[in-house]
Design a binder for this molecule. Structure first.
Ligand code: GLU
Length: 509
């Protein structure tokens, strides 16, 4: 039976930046906790000192904060079950390893790295490349099962390095029910006697993870599928430590796959596939290499989170746009897929576009003004509003608004070559010249007024829009395509619009 209150943890190892698959694991933990009125905890699993990377822990915290999936408790957030960094809990683990030895479920092993290499090589030479320390091989190794207790004591007293290994029974079925995968059953004959406690005085991941989940009263372990093979060992550890009654429920999440479906999307994919695999930009402190992040690429955090939620889960309805609180409401571990989830970058861009469209014009204008200001262009609120609402439909990112609206700032420096070739001729020149003089008589230069004038010019001369529009647009903006000409005129204002038409008449052949 699981503990009553829902308490889940996200337990990354600070071995580098958090990959987007890790963010998804955190997200599913968060959604489940919030839906059940439970707590979401951040625990830093840093027992492997050799893989520690400076800055990684802060990166993890910053990423969760950016996504809005903020822990209730844990490293950097406080709480009553701390410390939340395993390296600071070091002293707690040994007693449990000792308890397992006393109960006959673990043993000391004195085999050196060279000893192990030697037996592995011998096995390989004899045709079995996958040698394991297990219920058969342990009988011919240097451990407290084969050495006398006096000999064991002597070695320990002499300070000889040792590890503590779990002692698995032969031919025992280990079964548990996973929320995502259903019943999982593994025979101990296919498992090895994993190290629980290392010679450096630190627990391994397996022991620390179980002890901490127990002490922190974790009710559900929601983590990536790569940990599924370790779960039977974890179930046995709960049993052997006498904690089976409060063992958490497991839910192993499907892998995130590369866009072509070929294999896991990994940290090493970096920017190689044409998109970021990290939420935030990461500067590798050792190599100086920089990896791009979704945040720096102009993604809105809610769009990124929405996209991630759908990598492995869907609500079973047509709805795709979900705010974080809507996700909390709709999420269900039971609806998480077993099959790996393929990452689709176009879909990610699509989500961002949808979120951009959802912004009200004021907010969009504000984001646009500050982006433009970073690029050295100050824009009035009024102009920003007009441009933002005009260009909104064409943009995926704020930077698109900026890039696509360059023709509003300064003058026209270049004319689109193809349009020039295909649409600019004597006739186009005549229309532009005539419209220039008509427009110069419009007093109130609104989009409605320029449009009316333009249209009556077309109908008086029995012309279609296609005859006049492209040349006029080229003269006004230098481009072959874009939003409404009359909205553009209104934003530019009368003086600037006429000036551009004059310039085109003068410069173009
Ligand atoms: N420290 C493990 C990791 O880095 C945690 C696995 C688990 O959640 O049990 O993914």
């Amino acid at each position: 039976m699981a503990a009553e209150k829902v308490r889940v943890r996200f337990a990354p190892s600070p071995t580098g930046p958090l990959h987007m698959g890790g963010v998804r694991t955190a997200l599913y933990n968060y959604l489940f906790a919030k839906q059940q009125g439970g707590d979401f905890i951040l625990r830093i699993e840093d027992t492997d000192q050799t893989r520690f990377v400076p800055g990684a822990e802060q990166y993890i915290i910053d990423s969760l904060k950016w996504c809005g999936i903020v822990p209730d408790e844990g490293q950097g957030f406080g709480g009553n079950y701390g410390p939340y960094r395993q390296s600071e809990r070091k002293e707690m683990y040994r007693q449990y390893a000792m308890q397992l030895i006393e109960n006959g479920h673990a043993y000391y092993a004195f085999d050196s790295a060279e000893d192990l290499d030697r037996v592995r090589q011998m096995a390989k030479d004899a045709g079995s490349p996958n040698w394991q320390y297990n219920h058969v091989t342990r009988n011919s190794m240097k451990n407290s099962l084969t050495l006398s207790s006096a000999e064991v004591q002597k070695r320990i007293d002499a300070g000889e390095p040792y590890v503590i290994r779990i002692k698995l029974n032969r031919n025992e079925e280990v079964k548990f029910e996973d929320i995502v995968r259903g019943w999982v059953s593994v025979n101990t004959n296919n498992m090895d006697d994993k190290v629980l406690f290392k010679s450096d005085g630190m627990p391994t991941y397996h022991l620390a993870n179980i002890v901490d989940d127990h002490l922190m009263e974790i009710s559900h372990v929601i983590r990536g599928e790569e940990w599924l093979p370790s779960a039977p060992l974890h179930v046995l550890l709960y049993r052997y430590l006498g904690w089976e009654d409060s063992m958490p429920q497991f839910a192993h999440l499907p892998l995130l796959l590369k866009p072509d479906g070929n294999g896991k999307l990994s940290k090493r994919d970096g920017d190689r596939l044409g998109f970021p695999v990290f939420p935030l930009e990461w500067h590798n402190p050792e190599s100086g290499e920089v990896f791009s992040g979704y945040r720096e690429n102009g993604y809105f955090a809610p769009a990124f989170v929405n996209m991630l939620a759908f990598l492995g889960w869907n609500p079973g309805t047509e709805q795709e746009i979900f705010s974080l609180s809507e996700l909390v409401e709709a999420f269900s571990l039971k609806k998480v897929n077993k099959a790996g989830a393929r990452y689709d970058h176009d879909k990610t861009r699509w989500f961002n576009q949808q979120y951009l469209r959802l912004l009200d014009d004021e907010t969009l204008a504000e984001l646009f003004t500050s982006y433009a200001s970073e690029q050295g262009q100050e824009i009035s609120v009024e102009k920003a509003l007009a441009i933002a609402s005009l260009m909104k439909e064409r943009a995926y990112f704020i930077k698109d608004l900026w890039e696509e609206s360059q023709f509003f700032f300064g003058g026209v420096e270049e004319y689109d070559e193809k349009t020039l070739r295909k649409k600019w001729n004597e006739e186009a020149r005549t229309h532009v010249a005539k419209l220039r003089s008509i427009f110069s008589n419009i007093e109130d230069f609104t989009s409605a007024n320029t449009e009316a004038a333009f249209k009556s010019y077309l109908s008086e001369n029995e012309l279609g829009f296609g005859k006049v529009g492209p040349g006029f647009r080229l003269a006004l903006t230098g481009k072959g395509m874009g939003p409404s000409l009359f909205d553009i005129c209104a934003i530019l204002g009368k003086e600037a619009s006429l000036k551009r038409l004059d310039q085109a008449l003068e410069k173009l052949p």
